[in-house]
Write a protein that binds this ligand. Structure first.
Ligand SMILES: Cc1cc2nc3c(=O)[nH]c(=O)nc-3n(C[C@H](O)[C@H](O)[C@H](O)COP(=O)(O)OP(=O)(O)OC[C@H]3O[C@@H](n4cnc5c(N)ncnc54)[C@H](O)[C@@H]3O)c2cc1C
Length: 394
């Protein structure tokens, strides 16, 4: 192995959202930074985010939009770097953007604008960007030593911003957790989040509806209610509402789906004026026809509307409001947008993101046990947690 002891103030492991943002802040403070990434270009996940348009923040960000074993941990960093700080930066670079829905801010043109901006923010005189370089471990004596497939690099401080386990083909690895464990940290168990769900095949007659979307309200035992779109897939369910709920689901809890979100539709079903119309056609006045037909067929509701008493129609309406599909699993890290769990925040400073066990070792971004809801919150956490380090290094 080539042993190359070039020394820098900081080594940042991972040139993703959090790592690049931290590099910008630190080089502007005059610190020398080496960023190491196993991929061939920086910010790969940013490039595919938001369907290529990067949902870079959410103006409604608050700690309630994050899942963590230690829910208040994120408050400090989020309060010191708000969505409006990032929007100000986006405006400084004249990047066109818009609010899509629910406070979600997207680029008008391309996610590439965000990566370019992050690279411009880095003082190139203070930076060495080491690509296609895989970190294998970190050790410490007077300095830190970062062991890679290209050699060993040393620094005064190490920032672990190596992300979670989602999308392994884009460089995701468990190195951040391994480094944390090697320095005596604990890991809150990880699982795929913001991920499509697989429904037990025998109880899922809707695979032919793949690609169809309906509005819904979804809740799990521990989650808030998510009122967003639900998308049918060949294996089960996806769409924003399901992705949100998926981050809360474990092996034991169930998910309840209300497909009848407009209260006036309950009355329409129970007391409507559909006479001899087929029940499935009556349902089609509320739902997309394909869903209405499939639902009626699965529930053996084959008669005309007036054939059913009002009491029975109310039972049907209740079924549509309380659908509890049997969840067999999820589509795994290859389809998950994030990883829930990570480095235990009880062992990190919420102000500086530094390890409470090892001075000058920091963890930021998705590797930490802070996971955002869908809608730009995960990037806001990446920016805010990276910003926290720069304050402490000033
Ligand atoms: C398809 C998709 C779409 C998304 N869209 C959005 C969105 O629109 N809005 C939003 O807020 N969030 C979105 N997310 C989530 C968001 O991308 C992540 O939460 C965010 O990128 C995390 O930033 P990070 O810097 O912590 O990690 P990452 O951005 O994942 O960066 C980690 C880096 O570490 C590198 N690395 C890993 N292991 C090693 C190693 N051993 N050696 C060297 N380098 C290593 C990786 O190559 C990677 O570049 C999306 C995620 C996916 C998968």
């Amino acid at each position: 192995m080539n042993t190359n002891f070039l020394h820098s103030d900081f080594i940042i492991i991972g040139a993703g959202a959090a790592g690049l943002f931290a590099a910008g802040k630190l080089t502007q403070l005059g610190k020398t930074v080496r960023i190491i990434d196993s991929e061939d270009k920086p910010g790969k996940k940013i490039l595919i985010s938001g369907g290529g348009y990067c949902n870079f923040t959410n103006i409604h960000t608050s700690p309630s939009h994050f899942i963590s074993d230690n829910p208040h941990f994120c408050t400090s960093a989020l309060s010191r770097y708000s969505p409006y700080h990032f929007i100000e930066l986006v405006e400084k670079y004249h990047i066109p953007y818009h609010e899509k829905v629910l406070g979600q801010m997207f680029c008008d043109t391309s996610a590439r604008d965000i990566v370019r901006m992050l690279m411009f923010e880095i003082n190139q005189n203070k930076l060495i960007l080491e690509l296609q370089c895989k970190v294998e471990s970190v050790t410490k004596s007077d300095s830190f030593f970062v062991h890679t497939n290209k050699g060993i690099y040393s620094s005064q401080s190490v920032i672990v911003s190596s992300g979670g386990l989602s999308i392994p083909k884009m460089g995701a690895s468990c190195i951040g957790y391994d480094i944390a464990l090697s320095f005596g940290h604990t890991i809150i168990p990880t699982k795929p989040g913001l991920v499509p769900l697989i429904v037990q095949a025998e109880t899922f007659p809707y695979s032919d509806l793949a690609g169809l979307s309906i509005q819904s309200e979804i809740q799990t035992e521990e989650s808030p209610i998510f009122k967003e779109g639900l998308l049918f897939t060949h294996k089960g369910l996806s769409g924003p509402a399901i992705l949100q709920a998926s981050s809360y689901i474990n092996h034991t809890n169930s998910v309840t789906i209300n497909t009848l979100i407009d209260p006036s539709n309950y009355a329409k079903i129970a007391q409507g004026d559909f006479g001899k119309m087929d029940w499935k056609n009556a349902l089609s006045t509320i739902f997309p026809k394909r869903f209405a037909y499939a639902w009626a067929q699965y529930h053996k509701q084959s008669e005309t509307y007036s054939h059913y008493s009002e009491k029975t129609r109310k039972i049907f309406a209740d079924q549509l409001m309380n659908w509890q599909p049997i969840i067999a699993g999820n589509e795994g890290y290859s389809k998950a947008e994030v990883t829930v769990g990570g480095v235990n925040t009880k062992e990190l400073s919420s102000k500086t993101m530094m390890s409470n066990k090892i001075p000058n070792l920091y963890f930021i971004g998705e590797v930490v046990d802070v996971t955002g809801h869908l809608g730009g919150y995960n990037f806001q956490w990446a920016w805010a947690s990276a910003h926290a380090i720069s304050i402490s290094s000033n």
